[in-house]
Design a protein around this ligand. Structure first.
Ligand SMILES: [Zn+2]
Ligand SMILES: [Zn+2]
Length: 116
């Protein structure tokens, strides 16, 4: 709603100026005006997404960190794999601190919401 109103205001200003100063592409004029607006408000920059966010919401579903962060395998003591629980493995996810077979369970755990 706000932007539609802004658009209309800009367009009106453009039409007025056009009749005074002749032609200038509307898009150029609009970009200049928006730039001026942004400059006068001290700059409105979109915030980058926070990389250390523990969980994200996608379509109303909470996405666990293991699916969005970069996790790498490490070696630990031999434990039962968290995903298949059939095999015992010395590999763990260093970040999740969970025992996982490198293939295929590590990838499975970090790429599927329902990994079981
Ligand atoms: Zn496994
Ligand atoms: Zn992990």
């Amino acid at each position: 709603m706000f932007f539609r109103l802004l658009d209309l205001t800009i367009y009106n200003a453009y039409v007025m100026r056009k009749s005074l100063h002749g032609m200038k592409p509307f898009l150029d004029f609009k970009m200049n005006l928006i730039r001026q607006l942004i400059d006068s408000t001290g700059g409105v920059k979109p915030k980058p997404p926070h990389p250390t966010l523990s969980a994200r919401i996608r379509d109303g579903v909470e996405i666990p960190e293991r699916l969005t962060a970069r996790h790498f395998p490490g070696k630990g003591s031999k434990r039962a794999c968290h995903v298949c629980s059939k095999r015992r493995t010395v590999f763990t996810c260093k970040d999740c601190n969970i025992p996982l077979c490198v293939v295929p369970c590590f990838e499975k755990y970090h790429s599927q919401l329902n990994y079981k």
